[in-house]
Each structure stands twice: as C-alpha cells, then as structure tokens.
Design a protein around this ligand. Structure first.
Ligand SMILES: *Cc1c(COP(=O)(O)O)cnc(C)c1O
Length: 395
C-alpha cells in the first residue's frame, strides 16, 4: 500500500486502500471491534506514545474505516481523510474546526438545510460572525470579506436548484483574503468535480448519497492535506467521537466499487429525462447541469467532467400540480434522499426547505411548483413513461 500506483479512478475504487488480513480474503474484512489487544504492557505504552504504529480504539481509527478513508483519498487526490457517522458530522467537523470565536465566515446561501443552520444559527451563537452571499456572484464574495474572514463555504451544484458556483474563482478570492475554502461536493460526486484541484482546501461528502447509492446507511468524510487534518481535525475526532461504524464503512467500500458505473448510468438517464421535460407543456423550466440552457453552462464546461444525476424542474401549476404529479408516480418514490439506485422525487418547499422563510426560499428560486428528481438505475424508458403519465394526471 505504501507504493503509490498510477491507477485510474475506477481501479482505485475497487482496490484502493485494501488491507488484507492473514486470511487473504477477497472482499474487505469487517473489523467489528471497538478495541485491540496489545501483546505486552510495553507495546501498549509504545502505541499510546505513538512510537509504534497500530490501532488503539475504534473511536480513533479502525481498519475497515481506514480502508474507506484511504480509498476516498485515492479517488479525491487528497493526502488524508477522516470518515464520519453522517454527512452532517463531516460538515460540522470541517466548519467548526476551521474557526474560533471572533472569526468571520462567508458562505453561499444555497446550502443543504442543516449546513445553513450551522452557518446561520450555531456559529453566531458561538461568537463566529457569518455572511450569506449569492455564491454565483464572485463580487458578493469579494464584498463580504472582512479583516477577520477565515473561512469560505459552498456547495456546487446546489440543492435543489442545481446552481453552479465557480470554485476556482471563489478560491482566488479566499486566497487573497487568507481564508480557507470548504466545498460540500455531494451533488457533483467525486467523479464529476475535483474541488481540491480547483483550489479548495477541504472537501466534504455525505457518503449517504451516491457513495452508498443504495439507501443502506449514513456516512460522511472530510478530505484535506495531512497538515490541516493533523492540526485541526485529529484531536476533535478523538475527543468528540463522530466516528463511522466499521459495518457502515464496509457498506460504503462496496458502494465505491460500483460508483463510476452507477453515476455514469444515472447521469446518462438524467440527461435524457431533462431533455424530454424541457419545453413540454406544464413545465415552466428545467435546470440541468449539462444542458446548454443552464445559467452557468460555461462554468460547468470548465469545472465539471459530466452533468448530474439530479434534475430540478418547475411545474406551471404550482404546489397543486407538484403534489398531483408526485402522487401519480408509480416507479419514482417520494423521498428526500438522493443519489440512490431508486429514482426519488422531492418537493423542497414543503420538505427539505420548509424551515426557510418564504422570502429566503424565493431568493433560492424554490417555488410551489419546484421539484427535484434524483434519477436512479431503472430503465430510462420506464422512467419516462412514468413521468409522462404523472404529468398528464397533474395537468
Ligand atoms: C445529504 C446532504 C448532507 C448531509 O448528509 P447526511 O449524510 O444526511 O448527514 C450535506 N450536504 C449535502 C449537499 C447533502 O445532500
């Protein structure tokens, strides 16, 4: 494992980080153990002193979790990673470990609901100043900078309206200000967009989404350079315990093996469905990264390797039509998850974004008719037939 091989992503995702036990198992072993036995008292002392390598306690590190972290590092091109029990544990760790009371944070306002709560509620409560900006306008990031600005935070494409933020341009503003950039890369997946290559300093994932991709477990991961993780995350992880369970790490390792195949197929189907929906009667607009009419099509061409497995669209009939459409769907399930093998539809205004004030929702372009479709692995012809039938019923 110490030999750095020049593997392409699909190979890394099957073999990266594998540590075989003395039995030479084909599949990664699940080390469902909270702790480890030392041969001698001297060995225990040496391991606690850090003079001897090895595992101590699964809150600190665990072999199965370590394999998942190493495979993610190989994929992302990151020096180090820490896996977490959920995506929000990863976001919270990355944000909270980047600032202290008196610092200032600038964040794009189109954020996953719980991320927005950390920025708008938790940080100010703990003495951190925060400013929300329209992330697509570079001038707003520049204007928001203060002498104490330490952190920029964004997700791209955003949830649910799939806006795309120019990560390289934001990173330039941050570097000039002496601030670090944390990117929540869930919607793009590690295959379609590489924030670290674009100048971001830290990348976070909810592994619950495409990385598992089959609706089985929660998980998350923070990736960055080794120095930042050693200095900022290491002690926080040891002493606050957001650790990923070894069983879930194993599930996510299996998910990574098929990630490229799934994401490629789901993106191909999503592109077809987006084209099918665009310009149809009853559809006010379709937002799909990968279509030429996407508002940031030029940035997408520069910064992303592919489109998205998600589509955002708006029905002209508002909430009534959106509800009738969802209720008429046969294959597509009504759910707030995404990136799953099963196609899922969400009405953001009444679910994931219901806690935002109406004005804030409008600012994000979320109306009563807005729907977010996460395209799964079903046959695309069946999905299109399901959608067409539901659109007719909603009309
Ligand atoms: C789902 C999600 C999260 C939170 O992840 P959990 O695994 O549900 O805790 C954070 N950011 C984005 C963009 C997400 O989609």
């Amino acid at each position: 494992m110490s030999v750095k091989k020049n593997w392409k992503p699909a190979t890394e995702l099957v073999h990266g980080g594998t540590m075989r036990s003395q039995f030479g198992e084909t599949s990664e072993a699940i080390f469902l153990t909270q702790g480890f036995i030392y041969e001698t008292a001297e060995a225990a002392e040496a391991r606690f002193k850090g003079e001897e390598p090895g595992f101590i306690y699964s809150r600190y590190a665990n072999p199965t979790v370590h394999m998942f972290e190493q495979r993610m590092c190989a994929l992302e091109g990151a020096e180090d990673a820490r896996a977490t029990a959920s995506g929000m544990a990863a976001v919270a760790a990355a944000l909270l470990c980047s600032v202290k009371a008196g610092d200032h944070v600038v964040a794009a306002r189109a954020l996953f609901g719980s991320c927005r709560w950390i920025i708008e509620t938790l940080m100010p409560k703990n003495g951190v100043e925060t400013t929300l900006v329209d992330g697509t306008k570079i001038g707003e990031w520049e204007k928001a900078v203060r002498p104490n600005t330490k952190l920029f935070f964004l997700e791209s494409p955003t949830n649910p309206t799939l806006e795309v933020i120019d990560i390289a341009a934001v990173a330039r503003v941050a570097n000039a200000a002496g601030a670090r950039v944390v990117v929540d890369n869930v919607f793009a997946t590690p295959l379609q967009q590489k924030p670290l290559e674009l100048g971001a300093h830290v990348v976070v994932y909810s592994a619950t989404k495409h990385i598992d991709g089959q609706g089985r477990c929660l998980g998350g991961v923070v990736l960055s350079d080794k120095k930042w993780i050693d200095e900022n995350l290491h002690d926080y992880f040891r002493h606050t315990g957001p650790s990923l369970s070894p069983f879930n790490a194993w599930t996510l390792l299996k998910g990574l093996e098929t990630l490229p195949v799934r994401v490629r197929q789901q993106t191909e189907s999503a592109a077809r469905i987006a084209d099918h929906l665009a310009g149809r009667e009853g559809i006010a607009r379709v937002i799909y990264p990968g279509r030429k009419d996407h508002p940031q099509a030029d940035i997408i061409a520069r910064q992303m390797k592919g489109g998205s497995t998600l589509i955002c669209f708006e029905l002209t009939g508002g909430k009534k039509a959106a509800f009738a459409f969802q209720n008429a769907l046969d294959i597509v399930g009504i759910s707030n998850n995404l990136g799953d093998a099963k196609s899922l539809i969400t009405h953001p205004a009444t679910t994931t974004h219901k806690n935002l004030a109406e004005a804030a929702r409008e600012q994000l372009g979320i109306t009563g008719g807005t729907l977010r479709l996460s395209v799964g692995l079903e046959d695309v012809e069946d999905l299109i037939a399901d959608i067409d039938r539901a659109l007719e019923k909603a009309a």
